[in-house]
Design a protein around this ligand. Structure first.
Ligand SMILES: Cc1cc2nc3c(=O)[nH]c(=O)nc-3n(C[C@H](O)[C@H](O)[C@H](O)COP(=O)(O)O)c2cc1C
Length: 348
């Protein structure tokens, strides 16, 4: 199936506008998930070996997840799960609906196997996302919800904005990913610095601690962090017991031709891999296994996924790889892990 995608379907899709293709994919998935026969067919075609593991107290059937930003409104989760993912990260959801940045805002760098996006958290808002997800529950795999900040909310007001979003979404997610690393919301990345991150995350952890079910949290970090910010993020994660997702997209253009320098936004895909692996390795050295890590950035096949798992990731996520290799990439990665006799570490 991967062959068919690469040889035929990708050629057709890549002649069309990237955002229009994405919207059509979500619409199709949304419609298809209501037809049980189609869900079953996809599940059958994507079937692969299970690698059961427990991370952050949640049970996963394998460590390969869908990265945030693909299903921003939590509307196609059931169909997407059918492709064999071990988990899904939905969103990023903001409190109020917002249109995101002006179009065009999504670009393929086909020769570099990369994407630049400056979507800017376009989404239908937390109430809409909660309603959609409620209609799809229970899902066959754990679903995390990525939380972001409205563009018109100042950095000082961010803690309140995130907390209100969390309160609306809390019942519907298995874990929460606090996204402070999108480069497309003004000053968002300033929330990485020690004190700001603490003031952002603590009210959410306290809210969760007061609920019937205490759910795990992750903070998604940027690949462009200074060591000092990474160190303080890791220290806070260990102190407060939340995981880290390394990483979001990069603002660096060092790994792509100069032509792309003038395209603002976050770069993902192959050229991000080295940088995100480096951040993951540094994060793993800092947290020393005390909190879980999710690796994201540049996974296009089994070898890159295995590399992240070996660097210390408990789970990994893919996005750009799906665009270039197709949805059966999940199955291909799982088959690779099996061939390499990868097994979840003992105790996981
Ligand atoms: C079009 C697009 C939209 C994205 N939107 C989000 C988002 O809303 N929230 C988020 O945390 N990450 C978002 N990301 C980042 C991905 O989740 C992922 O971390 C990043 O692309 C690196 O992985 P990859 O190289 O496999 O794509 C987005 C990425 C792309 C390409």
């Amino acid at each position: 199936m991967g062959f068919l995608y690469r040889k035929l379907i990708r050629q057709i899709l890549f002649n069309l506008n990237p955002e229009a293709v994405h919207d059509a994919v979500i619409k199709t998935a949304r419609a298809a998930q209501r037809i049980e026969l189609l869900n079953s067919l996809v599940r059958l075609m994507a079937r692969a070996k299970d690698f059961p593991l427990t991370v952050a107290g949640l049970k996963f059937r394998n460590p390969i997840g869908l990265a945030a930003g693909f299903d921003k409104n939590c509307e196609a989760a059931r169909f997407l799960a059918g492709f064999g993912f071990g988990f899904l990260e939905l969103g990023t959801v903001t409190l109020r609906p917002q249109p995101g940045n002006p179009k065009p805002r999504l670009f393929r760098l086909s020769e570099d196997r990369a994407i630049i996006n400056r979507m800017g958290f376009n989404n239908a808002g937390a109430f809409d996302a909660a309603r959609s997800l409620e209609s799809l529950l229970p899902l066959p795999v754990p679903a995390g919800i990525s939380l972001g900040k409205n563009a018109d909310c100042s950095i000082d007001e961010a803690p309140k904005n995130y907390l209100e979003t969390l309160k609306i979404m809390y019942d519907y997610g298995d874990y929460f990913a606090v996204n402070i690393s999108s480069p497309n919301t003004l000053q968002l990345r300033s929330l990485h610095s020690g004190d700001k991150m603490r003031r952002l995350v603590e009210p959410m952890l306290e809210f969760a601690a007061g609920q019937k079910k205490v759910k795990p949290f992750f903070v998604k970090i940027a690949p462009d962090l200074e060591d000092q910010d990474l160190e303080s993020a890791a220290a806070l994660a260990v102190e407060r017991g939340f995981g880290l997702i390394a990483t979001n997209t990069t603002v660096s253009r060092a790994a792509v031709p100069a032509y792309w320098q003038s395209y603002e936004g976050g770069l993902s895909g192959r050229p991000l891999r080295e940088l995100s692996d480096l951040m993951l390795a540094k994060a793993a050295a800092l947290v020393k296994g005390k909190v879980p890590l999710i690796g994201s950035g540049g996974i296009f096949g089994g070898a890159a996924a295995l590399e992240k798992l070996n660097l210390g990731a408990d789970l990994v996520q893919i996005y750009s790889g799906l665009v270039y290799e197709g949805p059966f990439l999940v199955k291909e990665i799982l088959e690779y892990l099996d061939r390499r006799q990868w097994r979840p570490p003992c105790g996981k």
